[in-house]
Design a protein around this ligand. Sequence first.
Ligand SMILES: C[S@@+](CC[C@H](N)C(=O)[O-])C[C@H]1O[C@@H](n2cnc3c(N)ncnc32)[C@H](O)[C@@H]1O
Length: 491
Amino acid sequence: MSLYHETVGILTSTATHTGSLKSRIYGSKDLKSPPAQVYALAFESSKWSAILKEVVEKSQLLQKERKLTPALSILLVHDLLLAKKGIALPASHGLRVTVEKHKARLQSEFTRARIRRKCPTVDALRAMVDAELGPAHPRWIRVNTLKSTLDEQLDTTFKGFEMVPTVEEVMASASTGKKVICLDGHVPNLIAASPGVDFTKTEAYKAGALILQDKASCFPAYLLDPRPEDGDIIDACSAPGNKTTHLAGILHERGFAEGQRILAFEKDKHRAKTLERMVATAGSSHVTLIHPGHDFLKTNPNSPEFRSVGALLLDPSCSGSGIVGRDDTPEFHLPSSPSSLHAFAFPPARKVTYSTCSVHAAENEGVVLAALASDVARVRGWRVRGLREWDVRGEVAAAAGDEEVAAATGRKAVELDGLDGEGVEVRFGSGEDDAEGPFERDAGGRIVRGPDGMPRLKAGKGRVVDEEDGDEDADEDDEGDADDEWGGFDD
Ligand SMILES: C[S@@+](CC[C@H](N)C(=O)[O-])C[C@H]1O[C@@H](n2cnc3c(N)ncnc32)[C@H](O)[C@@H]1O
């Protein structure tokens, strides 16, 4: 079957019409054509289809060529008019001949469609079509510290990229074609690069030194703040392994304690294989114990295996409604909220992060509220912490009017309040607004980082590093509530 028929099949089949376009194509076992080619054709043709529909209709192509279907006509006319190499079929192929004999008429209808949109050139029309898709998002790349360092990557993979101080400038580079990068101001070792640059061919990517991971997806491991003294860390819902390997990267920089491990659960055996591959490529197999095909909810928190689990990361399956750039409407799956309640029951656990890639309150604030209202949370004293200074936090209405939950759950950080009076390491910041953010910047506007790779906070902005013992302390709060002083992760 030709590339065109296979792509029509993907775009029109109701049987495969779930999940994103990408997952439908890359998850299809029946495709003969290269998935990347099918994806490019499906995506680009869909992007242009409003204009191509006009061209096909006004040229009366379908009336003249009865064997062509509407979907096939859009794909073929797309390649005829817009692909560099034209229709990807032999010159004598019936489909190609059928469409090419109408080239002059199709071309003139395309020109009319462009003029109707007041675009003087095809490039201007292209820019208009791209703009309708919304702003180009940066390519987020996490340097995997198990395999490389930020500096090493700046000197190699990103050599030749211009360093800019803001993500807005990275996004703007989509229209100038310049290759630029910006170091993220929140998550260490995270880089925003120009949209459209393909890093999958680089040696660093192939070696696992670079991991393509959206910024939002980097927050859970960063907020969990795994430390050598935390003991074992559970990643309850691990595949494909972005956060599992991120946890390993953070602990690698801090130094794993003797015998400290990441316990990674993945209930889907097929996805667990992907997890195994990712953990191996990232160089973290020796510190990660994978439980393939194991349902985290079926674990016994009191089992000796978990006696030193101090922190858990929960990233359950969700509707995915908040994924930027998702190209079609996702199904609405509710997450398994019991995972939060289950995590609270691990005896030594002191920290849990709960994250989703959903914008639905039922999957976010609703789950946090239900978890906090549970018996185990009340008995063990679990409370919500985190992200006080983040611009977008939980919604008060969605949190049933609970302002503490709403104000603290912008990106779902939940932490145990010290049961034994020792308190906890993470504290809230003051919540003051600061146009430039709370971090020190150098003359070029870049965020200055401390020896541990964390951005350095300006004096008076929450977390500070005690120069003598390296411990992180909170500044004095005007209201004297040390619990409300943390500002380490926030903008
Ligand atoms: C959102 S994805 C996790 C993404 C992953 N944390 C990452 O950053 O790459 C959710 C995964 O959790 C798995 N999962 C869901 N419920 C689970 C459970 N109760 N126990 C173990 N795995 C679970 C799903 O099979 C799926 O692979």
